[in-house]
Design a protein around this ligand. Structure first.
Ligand code: HEM
Length: 537
């Protein structure tokens, strides 16, 4: 049977870039009817009532009434830019991902964000920053949905709603907007002490970056690389800013939040306009995939742990240049949809329980944020590789599918033989054995909550350490509940006694006793790093 009605080819005009940009010379209705006037509604006489018959008035007002979509449940405040990624590393033996092979050039779109504030909040608050990049590769879309800190608050995604509920503004008074200065946040992190390492990064200067162009980025989780021979290795992704890592000091951050709440967004947009692109190098830490999912005693499936560069150097394999501003903030920055499960052949997930939950969460949340299942057809989300899926219909469907048999194999639309569709070079998961009893439990290695926080703190210079003490004092000083402050002091006592004393003194409380980790006991490799000193990341 032949499809009836207009074919995809007839409707190509609807996808032509000028039609998408709506650049016609005359004003029209959404239906393309030319308009002589858009300032006066149709009335029964100059002083008379407005007529229901005025289709232009009704369309204009109705569309306006529905202009807003839900803001992202986290990372609502963000700004973004287009650019290119140029691969220059020799990774052939590590991964078959084509966009990572030396010489490949891939268009990208990167969105930076804060996590907690709403869309209109200030840029320079103390918070983690999102650093999400969409690579429009020839083999499909790859998203690296990272942060500017290498670790996360929780080890299992099932706690994500809980940490976010604790960190977002209090449900009763809706304050504070975007800072960690409140009771529920400190209540959560002092009770879920796995958060300690990330909290230390937040309280350090990393929590108040000077600019998006001076932030590092981290994929956080361990991913699996697969080469053409189906050999695998484990990898952590890093973005290294060419401009170096720079932060504000707290007073600057506070002043900027008042004087120019758009400080980072303005720097991004104006910098690009002025011909100063943002530049980062992509780095990888590569570790053997020997079946243990550990490296030098560090559990690679625990997203609260990093692998110090001293133990596993970062190899630089490509360069990201962001040099083009979006044309329309809503169309591009608001509607872009990142997803950790947007993977291309050569890159796989691991069993990190936080990553596993994220692989579910992003698609799910975007179904409601972007109004149904067809948001990959929105221009900013369209893959730059040919799409031929069997997904059909749904809200906001813009594809005009032809044929009658969206299933394989079929004998009606040339769908035989079955395997022909599954092109060579397609995404094939490397076979891996899975075993174990069904349990709700973490491995024992996940119980170590303080070693790496101590490692991070001890790696800082005295000035940076002083900033950490001041930040803890300021933020905890905003808590109403004394018991919450005391419990967090007990956490600090388990990381560094002197820091705990400083913060306790600042809060006018007594410092509790703790047992800071002796790194020698935990890992000789880690203690070696601290004695040699130098930044850890
Ligand atoms: C959004 C990073 C953990 C759920 C984002 C964004 C980034 C990000 C960068 C902003 C994307 C954008 O710019 O549009 C991270 C990192 C995590 C993490 C690095 C941990 C290592 C999680 C977890 C969950 C989650 C565990 C849920 C289980 C979400 C949701 C959004 C989001 C629902 C909003 C997405 C949207 O509306 O488009 N995350 N996230 N995230 N994240 Fe995460």
């Amino acid at each position: 049977p032949k499809p009836s009605g207009p074919t995809g080819a007839d409707l190509d005009g609807a996808l032509d870039p000028d039609a998408l940009r709506q650049t016609g010379d005359v004003l029209t209705t959404a239906g393309g009817v030319r308009l002589p006037d858009t300032d006066h509604s149709l009335k029964a006489g100059e002083r008379g009532p407005t007529l229901l018959e005025d289709f232009h008035l009704r369309e204009k007002i109705t569309h306006f009434d529905h202009e807003r979509i839900p803001e992202r449940v986290v990372h609502a405040r963000g700004a973004a830019a287009h650019g290119v990624f140029e691969a220059y590393g020799n990774v052939k033996d590590l991964t078959r991902a084509a966009f990572l092979q030396r010489g490949a050039v891939t268009p990208v779109f990167t969105r930076f964000s804060t996590v907690l504030g709403s869309r209109g909040s200030a840029d320079t608050v103390r918070d983690t920053r999102g650093f999400a990049t969409k690579f429009y590769t020839d083999e499909g879309t790859f998203d690296l949905v990272g942060n500017n800190m290498p670790v996360f608050f929780i080890q299992d995604g099932i706690k994500f709603p809980d940490i976010i509920h604790a960190a977002k503004p209090h449900p009763d008074r809706e304050i504070p907007q975007a800072q960690s200065a409140h009771d529920t946040f400190w209540d959560f992190v002092s009770l879920h002490t796995e958060a300690t390492h990330h909290v230390f990064w937040n309280m350090s200067d990393r929590g108040i970056p000077r600019s998006y162009r001076t932030m590092e980025g981290f994929g956080v989780h361990t991913f699996r690389l697969v080469n053409a021979r189906a050999e695998t290795s484990l990898v952590k992704f890093h973005w290294k800013p060419v401009a170096g890592v720079h932060s504000l000091v707290w007073e600057e951050a506070q002043i900027a939040a008042g004087v120019d709440p758009d400080f980072h967004r303005r720097d991004l947009f104006d910098g690009i306009e002025a011909g100063a692109p943002l530049e980062y190098e992509l780095g990888i830490q590569v570790m053997p995939d020997d079946g243990t999912d550990t490296f030098e005693g560090i559990d690679l499936l625990d997203p609260t742990k990093l692998v110090p560069e001293e133990l596993c150097p970062v190899q630089r394999i490509g360069k990201l240049t962001l040099d083009r501003n979006p044309t329309n903030f809503f169309a591009e920055v608001e509607q872009v949809a990142f997803h950790t499960a947007h993977l291309v052949p050569g890159i796989e997930s691991t069993n990190d329980p936080l990553l596993q939950a994220r692989n579910f969460s992003y698609l799910d949340t975007q179904l409601s944020r972007l109004g149904g299942p067809n948001f990959t057809q929105i221009p900013i989300n369209r893959p730059h590789a040919p799409v031929n899926d069997m997904l059909r219909d749904g809200m906001h469907q813009t594809a005009v599918h032809t044929g009658v048999a969206p299933y394989r194999p079929n004998s009606l639309d040339g769908g035989l033989p079955a395997v022909a569709d599954f092109a060579e070079g397609g995404y094939v998961n490397v076979p891996r054995p899975v075993e174990g009893s069904v349990v709700r439990a973490n491995p024992v290695s996940f119980d170590d909550h303080f070693t790496q926080a101590a490692l991070f703190y001890r790696s800082l210079t005295p000035l940076e350490q002083a900033h950490v003490a001041e930040a803890f004092t300021f933020e905890l000083g905003k808590c109403y509940e004394q018991s919450v402050k005391e419990r967090e002091l007990a956490v600090l006592a388990n990381v560094d006694a002197q820091l705990c004393e400083q913060v306790a003194a600042g809060l006018g409380l007594r410092a509790p006793q703790g047992t800071p980790p002796v790194l020698d006991d935990v890992s000789p490799a880690l203690s070696q790093i601290v004695t040699e000193s130098g930044p850890v990341a």
